[in-house]
Structure formats: C-alpha cells, structure tokens
Design a binder for this molecule. Structure first.
Ligand code: ZN
Length: 313
C-alpha cells in the first residue's frame, strides 16, 4: 500500500481531515457468553449500529475496524473464520464491500446475510470525466449512512435480520431499535439546524472521494469534484498541480485529505494552494474508542461540528 490514491484525496472548503487508511486493526471479537448471537458486521459504522440494536444478546465482530478503509480491505483467514462462526452477517451493500461475496462463499458459513442498505434509493455516481476508474468502481454511491434518514433504514433492516436469526430476541431488538431510532431523529434535527446556520454561499465542499454525497443531498451542502484528476492512479505531480490550481481558483480556505497516511501531500497542497490544513472528519469508518467519533452518533456530530467550524455559521 502506501499509495497516495487521488481517489482518496479530499479537499474541502474550510474542512480538513486525515483518516489513516492503513490503520486497520485485526477483527475485534468480543467475549462470547452462552446463547450470545454471533454477528459479523463488515465495517465499524455497521458494527456500532448492530451493537445498538443487538444490545447484550449479540457479540459483534467487525471486519474492517476503526479508521479502516473498507474499499481496499483484503480479508485475512481470521475474517473467514469469524464469518463461518456467525449466525448473522451484516453488510452495507451498494457495492461497498467488493470482497464480501467471495469471503462469504469461501467461509462456507450458514449465516443469514442482511444488506443494511436494502430499500434505499441510491445516488448514482457521476462519471463526468472520471470514467470507470472513478474512486468506487460501482454505479451506486455506497456511502448511504451519511444521510441519517438512510441510517433509519439500516437500523430497521438490522432489527429484522437479528429477529430472524434469533427469534427469541425479537422483543428486545424491537425495543432497542425503537429507542435508537428516536436518537437518530434527534440527530437528524441537529444536523439540519447546524447546516442551516452556515451561510448559503459557503455551503460548498470540494472532494474527490465521494463519501459525502448523501450528506450533501440530504442537508443542502454542495460538493464539487476537482477537475483533471483521475482517481485510482497514484497522485502524480500533475494531479497535485491540478488540485492546487483549483484550490487557488476557488479560494478554498482549507484543504483536507481523507484516508491518506502521508500528511505531507496535504501540507504541500495547502501550502501551494494558499489554504490552511484543518480538522478531521470521518466518512467510512469510526475513530478508535476514546477518539472523536467512536460511535455513529458521535461521528455525525463531530463531522457537523467540523463543517460548521470551517464553513462558518
Ligand atoms: Zn468511501
């Protein structure tokens, strides 16, 4: 690895972040008591949602851990073992986990599989100038959880999947889901209120990793793709120069990179573009426990705080 994928570059109006792509931790397995339902969730955000709904009845193993990049994840034998031992596997769907079908098949698991994004109307990724090697190679934008309304659907699908895998727990899952959905409603209202406080002219973010498309559409931020940048190849000097030009031309106040382990590139773009390097937001993974975004609710609140701090409000 160690590639500086331009597809993982993120430039934001007054925003900045680095989510280390390679800080993937080994699959985390919680102690399993008797009768506990073993659930595998493909990545950390889903893992949190499963814990919220499953409560004490479930033991959740997360394949792509905090700060991990599910796009570039390569399953290890331990992951196949976790899937094999699971009663339920929860995946995002929408092409997010390109490796999951093979993993499930190779594991020989009898687990039920829940697609959390089932029922969501996906945003089709644009192909203007990026072509087939645009960051995610699938037509649908998989980052649906960035709209809290979609996360309601995730929670409902997880609740139903858990009840199907563990019928005795149905009432508990129902109660947990209902309580959590109320928290999502409060979160959604908070996000709307926060974005409403950003001056309309500044509600603009430049990004190449299209992780916030659902957020943009739901909450009224506009995302502008940098020009002249291909996404899967390494960041060439020409790519960097194109980004720098756009940062200067659009007077982007701060530059942010996502999932890039080498902060020097960000610093170079910020320096040459006359922008500053700012905070850190989370798109595809939670932070480590004790970090700024250890749960979905905290992740969304943290990101919105960063948006508001950078864009003004
Ligand atoms: Zn992503």
């Amino acid at each position: 690895m160690g590639r500086l994928g331009i597809g993982t570059l993120l430039l934001a109006l007054g925003l900045a972040w680095i989510v280390p792509a390679r800080a993937q931790e080994p699959a985390r397995q919680e102690p399993v008591q008797q009768e506990t339902v073993r659930v595998v969730a493909t990545f950390s955000i889903l893992g949190d949602l499963v814990r919220q709904v499953g409560g004490s009845r479930v033991a959740v193993t997360t394949l792509v851990g905090p700060n991990g990049d599910a796009h570039s994840f390569v399953p290890a034998p331990a992951d196949a073992q976790a899937v094999a031992a699971a009663r339920l596997v929860v995946v995002n769907g929408l092409g997010f986990e390109g490796w999951i079908d093979r993993l499930i098949k190779a594991s020989g698991t009898k687990a039920k599989v829940v697609v959390a994004a089932k029922g969501i109307v996906p945003i089709e990724e644009d192909d203007d100038g990026h072509g087939p090697d645009h960051g995610h190679s699938h037509a649908a934008d998989p980052h649906a959880w960035q709209n809290v309304a979609n996360t309601r659907t995730y929670v409902a699908n997880i609740r139903d999947g858990l009840a199907s895998a563990d019928p005795e727990g149905r009432a508990a899952y129902q109660a947990n889901a209902t309580a959590y959905l109320a928290q999502l409603d409060a979160l959604d209202a908070e996000v709307r209120k926060a974005v409403a406080g950003i001056p309309e002219a500044r509600r603009r973010i430049v990004t190449t990793h299209d992780a916030f498309g659902y957020f943009a559409r739901a909450y009224g931020l506009r995302f502008v793709a940098p020009q002249g940048v291909s996404s899967q190849s390494e960041a060439t000097a020409r790519d960097v120069a194109a980004i720098v030009r756009q940062v200067r031309r659009d007077r982007i106040p701060a530059v942010f990179l996502e999932n890039i382990s080498d902060p020097r590139l960000m610093q170079q773009i910020a320096r040459e573009g006359g922008a500053k390097a700012g905070g850190r937001v989370f798109s595809d993974a939670l932070s480590e426990p004790g970090g700024p975004a250890p749960t979905y609710l905290e992740m969304m609140r943290h990101n919105v705080r960063e948006f508001v701090a950078a864009l003004g409000g």
